[in-house]
Design a binder for this molecule. Structure first.
Ligand SMILES: [Zn+2]
Length: 262
């Protein structure tokens, strides 16, 4: 009975390592997308954050010292995605590495002539299959509320990678239609690429045009932070993301008075 072992373990963590009340309030107030959660949702999020802080190793890199408040910010941004998902969907990896600012990972790849290159590309986030999530504190420490959130982006890749590569096809729940998911996200991705190629301005980060995997991660950021943008541009994608995350951030933000009534 894996479920009851998990439940027992969870109860023990919540009892032994509860999160600090004032830090928790501060974290809830820091991010606009945490506004409008019901009391039950806040309590569930708090439980997820407590377990995340217990189970994950969150390290500062390049001399960055992480305070308890910084750790909790990271955990809250990770766990908002997990709010209505199975609790074990962040299992299988432990490390979160935080750089003070954008970082330059050394990436090796082999070209068509068999020559190995070392790439130095500036990044603000990375997520490795069964490996760490790497983030830049400068990009996640405060809420820009613009629909771009590198932390949510990388943790969305982690969910996508539950069934292999970050390809925009995470494991779908029973009752969700795989063909519908592929059709809706595929059509929206093609439309988005056309818009970006045509130089059309878009409220959604143009990085989403990189690949179907990036499209899913970028749309997940916007879905949580600025759901009205996803809902207006791609209502079918909004519906699929809502079914996947089992959340309706648009309704939540509307009820909280963050959005104009349409
Ligand atoms: Zn990405």
């Amino acid at each position: 009975m894996a479920f009851s072992v998990r439940g027992w373990r969870r109860a023990r963590i919540l009892r032994k390592a509860p999160v600090d009340e004032s830090l928790w309030r501060e974290t809830l107030a820091r991010y606009r997308f945490l506004t409008g959660l019901s009391a039950a949702e806040r309590e569930r999020l708090r439980g997820l954050v407590t377990v995340f802080l217990h189970d994950k190793q969150i390290h500062g890199a390049a001399g960055l010292e992480l305070s308890a408040s910084m750790r909790m910010s990271i955990a809250a941004q990770a766990c908002i995605l997990l709010l209505d998902l199975p609790e074990d969907w962040y299992d299988g990896w432990v490390e979160v590495v935080i750089y003070p600012d954008e970082f330059v990972p050394e990436v090796e790849w082999e070209d068509e002539f068999g020559v190995v290159h070392v790439g130095k590309e500036v990044r603000s986030g990375e997520a490795w299959l069964r490996g760490p999530v790497v983030l830049s504190w400068a990009d996640i420490g405060e809420d820009f509320a613009d629909g771009v959130n590198v932390a949510i982006h990388e943790f969305a890749h982690k969910l996508d990678m539950l069934n292999g590569d970050a390809d925009g096809y995470p494991p779908l729940h029973a009752g969700m239609d795989r063909a519908l998911w592929s059709g809706v996200l595929g059509a929206a991705y093609e439309d988005f690429c056309r818009r970006v190629d045509a130089g059309a301005g878009t409220a959604i980060d143009p990085y989403a045009a990189e690949s179907p995997g990036e499209f899913f991660a970028v749309l997940s950021e916007a879905f949580i932070e600025r759901p009205e943008i996803v809902r207006a541009d791609y209502p079918d994608v909004y519906a699929q993301l809502s079914a996947f995350y089992r959340q309706d951030p648009y309704a939540r933000q509307l009820a909280a008075g963050l959005l104009p009534a349409s």
